[in-house]
Design a protein. Structure first.
Length: 284
C-alpha cells in the first residue's frame, strides 16, 4: 500500500466538537478524483470508532487508491447514566436520533465547503443508515447535491423486512442468532429513542421518498439477515428512478469490511474504488 497520511482533527457540530480523521494520498500521487469521500463506520449505532478496521482500514485503502477521505467519530446512542465526578453524582443525558445524523450532516457540510467538486458519502451497517438519513436531511436543507453515495450491508428500515426463505437458508454462524429480527429491531429502537422517531425518514430512510438520492452503490453480504433491508432499499431506489448499482458478495458475512484479512474486504473495496472512480470522472 502506498504512503497514506492521516490527521486527527475536530469539526464544529450542533452538539459540540466532532472528532474526525482525514486521510490524504501519497504527496507524489495525483488524486484520482476531486470528489472527497466521507466514510461512516458501523457498530449498531452504539459502538465503534475511528480505529476500528471498518473505519481506519477502509479509509486507508481508499486514500491509497488516490482519494481524500474523512472518517467521522459521530456520537453513539446511549442511555442516561449516573456518573460520579469530583462535584458529586451527575446524570449524563441519553443520546438518540437525531444526534448521530446531526454529526454526520455537520461533517459533510464542512467537507463540502473544502471540496467544491463534490462529496461522496458512504457508510457501513448502522453507518449506512446514518449516511442515508443524512442524504435526506441535506436535500431538505437544500445543501449542495452529493456526487454519490455508497453503502455496505446497511440496515435502512425501522423494522427488518421479512426474510425470504432462500435468505434464511443462507444464514450461518453466531450472527444467525445475534442478528434476529427481534434483536435488530430493539437496536433500532435504542437508536431512535421513541416510537415516533422510528417513523422519521431521516432516522430510517427505507420506505420513504428517495427520488433526490444521488447515484448509489450498494454492497450486501450474501449470508446476512440485514440483506433483507439492503436489497429492499435498492429496489426502492430503483423505483424512485435512482441509478443504483447493487451487489451481494458471494459467501460473505455481515461486517466484511471490518475484517481486512478476509477475501470479502478486498472484493468490496475493489467494487467501491472502481465505482467511485467512475463518479469522480463524471465530476471532472
Amino acid at each position: 500500500m502506498s504512503t497514506v497520511t492521516s490527521i486527527d482533527s475536530v469539526i464544529a457540530g450542533p452538539h459540540g466538537p466532532i472528532p474526525v480523521r482525514r486521510y490524504l494520498p501519497d504527496i507524489g500521487r495525483t488524486p484520482v478524483s476531486s470528489a472527497h469521500v466521507v466514510w461512516i463506520h458501523g457498530g449498531g449505532f452504539f459502538k465503534g470508532g475511528l480505529d476500528q478496521p471498518e473505519s481506519h482500514d477502509v479509509a486507508r485503502s481508499l486514500a491509497a487508491a488516490g482519494f481524500n477521505v474523512t472518517t467521522v467519530d459521530y456520537r453513539l446512542a446511549t442511555v442516561s447514566r449516573l456518573n460520579l465526578s469530583s462535584t458529586g453524582f451527575r446524570l449524563s443525558p441519553a443520546v438518540h436520533f437525531p444526534v448521530p445524523v446531526d454529526d454526520v450532516v455537520a461533517v459533510v457540510r464542512a467537507v463540502q465547503r473544502e471540496a467544491p467538486q463534490g462529496v461522496i458519502l458512504g457508510g457501513a451497517s448502522a453507518g449506512a443508515c446514518l449516511a442515508a438519513g443524512a442524504v435526506l436531511r441535506l436535500v431538505n436543507d437544500e445543501a449542495a447535491p452529493l456526487a454519490g453515495t455508497f453503502f455496505a450491508y446497511g440496515f435502512f428500515h425501522a423494522a427488518l423486512p421479512k426474510l425470504e426463505r432462500n435468505l434464511r437458508r443462507r444464514l450461518r454462524g453466531k450472527r444467525r442468532f445475534g442478528h434476529t429480527p427481534m434483536l435488530l429491531n430493539l437496536t433500532n429502537f435504542h437508536y431512535a429513542g421513541t416510537r415516533k422517531a422510528m417513523l422519521e425518514a431521516h432516522a430510517f430512510p427505507g420506505g420513504h421518498a428517495l427520488h433526490d438520492f444521488p447515484p448509489t452503490l450498494m454492497l450486501d453480504a450474501d449470508r446476512d439477515s440485514m440483506r433483507a433491508s439492503g436489497s429492499q432499499f435498492a429496489r426502492e431506489l430503483a423505483t424512485a428512478g435512482i441509478a443504483a448499482d447493487y451487489h451481494a458478495l458471494s459467501e460473505t458475512f455481515h461486517g466484511f469490511l471490518n475484517r481486512p484479512n478476509e477475501p470479502g474486504f478486498e472484493a468490496g473495496l475493489g467494487l467501491i474504488i472502481d465505482w467511485a472512480r467512475g463518479i469522480g470522472a463524471k465530476q471532472a
